[in-house]
Design a protein around this ligand. Structure first.
Ligand SMILES: C[S@@+](CC[C@H](N)C(=O)[O-])C[C@H]1O[C@@H](n2cnc3c(N)ncnc32)[C@H](O)[C@@H]1O
Length: 277
């Protein structure tokens, strides 16, 4: 008999649960940071008043609503408009003007959550007069959050922070031109939605999107282990045109052979890279 500590047994149970989630529903969290997945799984067990990881696995396998809860727990959707003002200011002043000679602009927002990031980009492109020949692809693996993104709604209570971020990022327009209020929500204008295509895409499972000029994937890979990060960098490298731009989040790790091989820094501080081959 192999002796295992309680900790090792718990890890085994969690790995089996993630394997079962993948094989039953196709969501692959097997290469997410173990500690952060563990915390969320244990919280779900408590909330559902279950006794063990194995009990959660049984419930999840037989009840899709439990799988949906688990998916929500594991996919963290925190976002805001013009998050990290310095990043958007760099895009506005230095990066996007360089792309203005392209005939068409294709930009992929991978892990777009409820859409604040892609609407911020749509505003930037509008103000730089680049929007009419741009196409934005906004993807996430969480269908429920993607539906919110498509509607373009945002709690009114969050708008003052969004407006202040917009101004810190160099926005000089009247932000109220970009949305109207409906009950407790701000609804982004149809003009901003016009050239955005929303679609389900799982970075851990699905293939590349072709011929992008820019990929924005911010605050998504912080939850991935190195294995999965390398898969995604490879996917991005295949999806970008030569000279295409890759934008990561401010805490995203740069330790990757794939990244070093195929990209050079354009703005290191803002984690903006250019594809070199
Ligand atoms: C913290 S949010 C970041 C949202 C936005 N990019 C930002 O920086 O404000 C992370 C998003 O990544 C999505 N996500 C996590 N794993 C994913 C995967 N394997 N494929 C696609 N999206 C994923 C989550 O559903 C969530 O909406």
């Amino acid at each position: 008999m192999i002796h295992s500590s309680a900790e090792e047994l718990e890890q085994l149970e969690i790995e089996l649960l993630l394997e079962a989630l993948y094989r039953r529903y196709g969501y692959d969290f097997r290469d997410y940071f173990y500690e952060s997945a563990r915390r969320r799984i244990l919280r779900r067990i408590q909330r559902n008043q279950l006794k063990s990881v194995a009990a959660l696995q049984h419930a999840m396998l037989h009840d899709e609503t439990v799988a949906d809860e688990l998916l929500k727990d594991l996919s963290i959707n925190v976002t805001e408009m013009f998050r990290d003002a310095g990043f958007y200011q760099t895009l506005r002043e230095q990066v996007l003007p360089q792309l203005s000679t392209e005939e068409h602009l294709k930009i992929w927002h991978a892990g777009c959550s409820s859409g604040e990031e892609v609407y911020s980009m749509a505003i930037l492109l509008t103000e730089l007069e680049l929007y009419s020949y741009s196409r934005l692809y906004a993807t996430d693996f969480n269908v429920a959050i993607l539906e919110r993104a498509m509607e373009g709604i945002c709690p009114l209570g969050e708008m003052s922070r969004n407006i202040s971020n917009y101004q810190s990022a160099g926005g000089r327009g009247d932000f109220s031109d970009y949305y109207h209020a409906r009950y407790e929500h701000a609804v982004m204008s149809n003009g901003l939605k016009k050239n955005i295509v929303f679609s389900e895409h799982d970075l851990a499972v699905h293939d590349s999107f072709g011929e992008m000029n820019m990929i924005v994937c911010r605050n998504v890979m912080i939850y991935f282990n190195q294995n999965l990060k390398d898969r995604v960098f490879q996917l991005f490298s295949e999806s970008l045109n030569e000279g295409g731009i890759l934008c990561l989040g401010s805490h995203e790790s740069l330790q990757s052979n794939v990244l070093n091989q195929h990209f050079e820094p354009l703005h290191s501080e803002q984690r903006i890279y250019r594809k070199i081959g």
